[in-house]
Write a protein of this length. Sequence first.
Length: 139
Amino acid sequence: MQDYQELGAKNAGFLVTDVSDRDAGWYAKPANGGRNTFWTDQQAAAALKFYKTMAESTGKPVVLWQVPVGNLAQNNTLNHYQDDKVDWFFAHLDQVADAHVAALLFGAGQQEQTGVETDGRNLIGKTIAYRSSGGTPLK
C-alpha cells in the first residue's frame, strides 16, 4: 500500500475506490460475460479487508462509489438488474465502519443498470430506516 502514499494519498483527505460499475445481474447475462459478481460473505470480507488496509496504511478514510443499486427483487431486464450490494452493506454497516469506510455512494456506472428510480424503493427504504435508527459511528 506504499504506492498509495507515493501517488499522493498523504496529501488527500480520503481515498476513493469503486465497488462495481454494473449490477451483478447484468454481468451474469451471457452477452455481458456471464460472470458471477454477486457477493458471498467471503468476497465481502475480502473487500472490506482491502478497504481497511487502504485506510490504515494511509491514515485516510475510504469512500466507496459506484455501489450498484440493484436488488434481488429485480427481474434482470433493462434498468431492473439484480445485485446484492445495497442489501449487504446496509445489513453489515458495523463491519463497513470498522473498515474505515466513511461514505457509500450508490449509483450506476452505466445507463442500463438499476437506479434509485427503478429499484422498487429498496435503497430509499433502507436509507430512511438507517437514518431513523441513528446511524453507525465511524471508526
